[in-house]
Design a protein around this ligand. Structure first.
Ligand code: AMP
Length: 214
């Protein structure tokens, strides 16, 4: 299984990726997680990426593509992967296509997780992550059991940064919908349902054979 989960920040790509990992035994490759890890470890790459991330902008393509190339070359990606948060613009999508062509392992499908903008805003402002176990909660829709977790808010989930992230999605990432539609790879699922229902829709969507191109 080689798929991309496409969708605005807050659509639930991370949560669904984790379920797909469990069900299909292929790794989740999240450029956001890789970048946050680099920032936390204060590597040179992390230091370079931090300012763009904190302000809700995209990290430069060369940095992200280098990271992806390295990650895709690891042995656990041989049998497939779930790309979460990558590609984020047309240049990244073209570079990915080239990379996978060289490896002889093209994408099977791209799943667009569709969600209303108002809901996205609430999901992002309410999102909290446990510093210890990494579990994701939402203070509005799925609050944690009291006292059990040490919650933190991602710096880029602060209200003033969210607007910018959604703007970047509209301008740079949304064009990928047409790009993958033209390639016959796009599958669309409604992401405004409970986690299990969305998971079942994604699972069904990725199992569907690609439409025959004329
Ligand atoms: P995410 O966790 O996917 O929402 O990503 C958090 C932040 O990391 C984004 O707002 C960007 O600053 C950066 N980022 C993640 N993935 C990419 C990517 N593919 N290209 C550029 N920047 C990225």
């Amino acid at each position: 299984m080689r798929i991309v989960l496409l969708g605005a920040p807050g659509a639930g790509k991370g949560t669904q990726s984790q379920l797909l990992v469990k069900a299909h035994g292929v790794p989740q490759i999240s450029t956001g997680d890789l970048l946050r890890d680099a920032v936390a470890k204060r590597t040179e790459l992390g230091t370079r990426a931090k300012a763009a991330m904190d302000s809700g902008k995209l990290v430069d393509d060369a940095t992200v593509l280098g990271m992806i190339r390295e990650r895709l070359s690891k042995p656990d990606a041989v049998n497939g992967f779930i790309l979460d948060g990558f590609p984020r613009n047309i240049a990244q999508a073209e570079a990915l296509e080239k990379m996978l062509k060289e490896l002889g392992t093209p994408l099977n499908s791209v799943v667009l997780m569709n969600l209303d903008l108002g809901i996205l805003f609430r999901r992002l402002t309410g999102r909290r992550i446990c510093e210890e176990c990494g579990k994701v909660f939402n203070v509005f829709t799925s609050p944690p059991p009291s006292g059990k977790h040490r919650l933190m808010q991602r710096p880029d989930d602060k209200e003033e940064v969210i607007g910018k992230r959604l703007e970047v999605y509209e301008a740079q990432t949304k064009p990928l919908i047409k790009y993958y539609e033209a390639a016959g790879l796009l599958r669309v699922v409604d992401a405004d349902a409970d986690v299990d229902t969305v998971f079942k829709s994604i699972d069904r969507a990725v199992l569907k054979p690609a439409p025959v191109k004329q």
